[in-house]
Ligand binder design. Sequence first.
Ligand SMILES: [Zn+2]
Ligand SMILES: [Zn+2]
Length: 274
Amino acid sequence: MRFSVLGSGSRGNATLVSSGETHILVDAGFSRRETRRRLAQSELAPADLSAIVLTHEHGDHARGAGVLARADGIPLWMTGGTLEASRQFLRGAEVVHRLRPGRETGIGSLRILPFATLHDAADPVAVVAEDSATGLRLGIATDLGRSTAQARHFLQDCDGLVVEANHDEYMLWGEAAYPAAVKNRIASSCGHLSNQAAAALLDEIWSPRLSAVVLAHLSEEANTRARAERAVEGPLRRRGFRGVLHVAQAATPTPPVDLAALRDRPAPSQPSFL
Ligand SMILES: [Zn+2]
Ligand SMILES: [Zn+2]
């Protein structure tokens, strides 16, 4: 099982998840041309996609879904509420399947388990993708609002996690040039997760099988890659995490992460005191 965050931030989000010949996009917030360009870095084209799974209807997650579905014959998966709220991106010619929070769905060799989030969209979900053959699990949770018991339940025991680290709390209330109403919305329980909240979530759901973490959906006004990484890396490493940590960028895909290779790598040798 491999994945790459093709891009993440308020201008667009899409994560490629692959298992054998099954390739899916979780969210499609880029134009078809831009999606094609980013997929090419994994030597794929839109027509190779088995499905697009939408977490919610906000443009930065959904604006490319309709055109990709129509032009390349890619089926879409989303909740009923997301479908109703996504009409602006759809023309009725797309094949749309229903996602139900808490209920697993098979797409090729992947199992997709969506769960509800508190974000301010019609019927938003985050997802866990599980490789049927290997049991490897990848959680993708951006636009969380806040961490809930439900989110912690579904995201525990994952091998890989794409987790929102949207803003640094001090930058948001200090130098960020957002109007007060936007700051309030971002910081609210139905807005976005801060670096500090992401670190607390990772501290709670960390398990020895976690081998890859990608921080995502960074605000351009109220965060930096260094701040996001600093907030999360120390607490994670102290827990015993020795995997890879990436920060997803808006403009370029993260390097592909191979969860099977990370799981199968040898344990570090014990220091010898003899
Ligand atoms: Zn959103
Ligand atoms: Zn978003």
